[in-house]
Design a protein around this ligand. Structure first.
Ligand code: ADP
Length: 502
């Protein structure tokens, strides 16, 4: 039977494809909820978005569509920034730096950042709905994670702006100038906050580019920045593709490049900035191990596994995409996971009951489908949720693989989708070895009842962020970043200031 468009394999479910079981004539469903759709009438969107440069809306030669991935409808047209437009944006930021931002007091800078946070708070619901429309993520997540965390980052760095001498005791630091910032599509507003807030706090001005498929919340942020009355050109917001990003990296006046995205592009940027005076931080891919020991609280761990891989459709660089489960509890964990998958509600991102939303783009859906097919072809066993999928839009069923070998592509490559690869281990040493057997080193999780085991295991894992008995928890005061091919530099916390000063 067909489990998912384009994937050929008999699935190990009860064989029904739509989440319903029929008993004679009686049709029963699993966890049926009435729809509870977030109201989008109050959302103020334009049909066309221009670049935000030097405090003004700048028209461009080319515009592109941004679509809603849950129904494939065009939401708005968005300006495409050419090399010439990037040049305008960087010059506006350089002028704002020279004439205004480098001259005002740290306390003033703090005030502006604080204002952004306060205005965002007032518009939190609108931002959450737009983020879900443009990116496909469940509104429950954009409301409780993306938007509040973005706000928290602005508040947090507003606090640091006039206390830099405490962050760098015994050192005299100064800003770098224009920060060029390039962000991905999985957490648009949040990534913008991670980058803009520390840059401004340290006294830099900004040119930031949204990702191809998710430009809208950044242009809404431009409205917030105007409302906060930031001096013109301190924050410039543009949209475009890889070529636009490359123009930011190349520009001689960008003195700092902050990039979050794929390892592949991170390597290109590193090559381009080598030998220049640009400071660089890279936050790249990941293939995190989520390690479950036999003494772990299994039910809690199941929730951690679900949150680790199905949160934001698995479009998360620190996702717990490799589950390492101790062999003695493998069967019970898989049984409970199958059961839990049945109650994951996949569908309309604006429905408040939705757990797993739409895949961000057709391109990403194709990538996930291709990697899942490779898992099947290489001999791993697939299990997929039986849920009904909407007929339009980009969707992928929550999926996991058992019988995964370390040599399989699904064990080594970042899938960036709701797909979990399950491997087993017998001893803590084997768990550590397998966890570290990756080119990445962004995050990891460990589940056990023993505190000493947590410290012993996690201290041997080469990952920038580790969680114990929980997963995917974020806080603006806590630094985030990777080792190895997951990049370098930290964002968040006091460490996050380091990348924006000399
Ligand atoms: P993904 O594969 O998740 O889309 P990418 O690394 O391709 O990740 O994209 C992340 C961000 O980097 C996007 O904003 C994209 O436009 C930008 N980008 C892509 N290629 C380049 C490049 N060569 N130089 C600078 N930015 C780029």
């Amino acid at each position: 039977m067909k489990t998912q468009t384009g994937i050929r394999q008999k699935i190990s479910t009860n064989g029904k494809s739509n989440g319903y079981r029929t008993h004679g004539k009686l049709k029963t469903s699993i966890w049926e909820y009435s729809k509870s759709v977030e109201d989008s009438k109050h959302i103020q969107l334009k049909s066309e978005y221009d670049l935000f440069i030097g405090g003004k809306r700048i028209k461009t030669k080319k515009y592109f569509d941004t679509i809603n991935p849950s129904n494939e409808e065009v939401i708005a047209k968005v300006a495409y920034a050419s090399d010439e437009d990037v040049n305008k944006a960087v010059n506006a930021a350089a002028k704002a730096y020279d004439k205004v931002w480098s001259k005002i007091s740290a306390k003033e800078r703090s005030k502006y950042i604080f204002r952004i946070a306060r205005i965002l708070q007032e518009k939190a619901r609108e931002f959450a709905v737009i983020e879900s429309m443009d990116g496909g993520k469940p509104v429950k997540e954009s409301k409780s994670v993306d938007v509040p965390l973005a706000i928290a980052h602005f508040f947090y760095y507003a606090g640091w702006a006039d206390k830099l001498e405490l962050a760098f005791p015994g050192r005299k630091v100064s800003p770098l100038g224009v920060a060029g910032q390039i962000i991905p599509w999985n957490f648009p507003l949040l990534m913008a906050a991670w980058k803009i807030a520390p840059a401004l706090a340290c006294g830099n001005t900004v040119v930031i580019k949204s990702a191809e498929t998710t430009p809208l919340t950044l242009y809404k942020l431009a409205e917030v920045i105007e409302e906060a009355e930031l001096p013109e050109g301190v924050v410039n917001i543009i949209s475009g593709d890889g070529a636009t990003g490359a123009a930011i990296v190349r520009h001689p006046k960008t003195k700092k490049i902050a990039f979050t995205g794929s390892t592949e592009v991170g390597k290109i940027i590193m090559r381009q900035t080598a030998g220049t005076d640009k400071k660089l931080t890279l936050e790249l891919g990941g293939k995190a191990a989520n390690i479950i020991f036999e003494d772990a609280p299994v039910d809690a761990a199941i929730e951690g596994i679900i949150n680790g891989i199905y949160f934001n459709q698995g479009h998360v660089c620190c996702a717990g995409s490799r589950l390492l489960v101790q062999e003695s509890i493998k069967d019970i964990v898989i049984k409970k996971l199958k059961h839990r998958l049945k109650s994951l509600r996949v569908g309309d991102p604006l429905d408040k009951n939705t757990d797993v939303g739409a895949i961000n783009s057709k391109m990403q859906l194709n990538k996930i489908t291709e990697l899942v097919q490779s898992g099947i072809d290489e001999g791993a066993k697939i299990y997929q949720s039986e849920c009904q999928l909407p007929s339009r839009g980009y969707w992928f069923r929550p999926t996991f693989f058992t019988d995964v070998a370390q040599s399989h592509r699904i064990a080594g490559e970042e899938i960036f989708g709701p797909v979990l690869s399950i491997l087993t281990f017998r001893t803590p040493a084997e768990a550590v070895e397998k966890a570290n057997n990756t080119c990445y080193g962004l995050s990891a999780g460990v589940w056990t009842d023993k505190g000493s085991k947590i410290f012993k295991v996690l201290s041997k894992i080469r990952a920038g962020v580790v969680w114990s008995n929980t997963y995917n928890k974020f806080n603006p005061a806590s630094p985030f970043g990777g080792y190895k091919e997951s990049g370098f530099g930290r964002e968040g916390g006091k460490h996050g200031l380091e990348g924006y000063v000399k």
